[in-house]
Design a protein around this ligand. Structure first.
Ligand code: ZN
Length: 83
């Protein structure tokens, strides 16, 4: 059994939980989606998240910023988890 998530203390810790399903990271994603005016259903796995990101991105500069922004938030969340 995975250890308890250090960010929300409500579920077991896994990469899918931390980057997709965690209440802590979800607050960040909700804010980001709101600012970008994107409709989404909260993904519950990293794979589903990345599929969503790719389905909403092409090759424009905006889309590159979108992808980099998502990865930056994932990186910052992971760093917070390790603090
Ligand atoms: Zn959590």
């Amino acid at each position: 059994m995975p250890s308890r998530c250090y960010l929300c203390y409500t579920d077991g810790e896994s990469i899918d939980h931390i980057l997709a399903g965690c209440l802590f990271s979800c607050r960040i994603w909700v804010e980001m989606m709101s600012k970008l005016d994107l409709q989404w259903n909260r993904p519950h796995s990293l794979k589903a998240w990345l599929e969503f990101v790719n389905s909403n991105a092409g090759s424009s500069k905006r889309d590159v910023v979108w992808r980099v922004g998502v990865l930056a938030i994932m990186w910052a969340t992971w760093m917070e988890r390790n603090n």
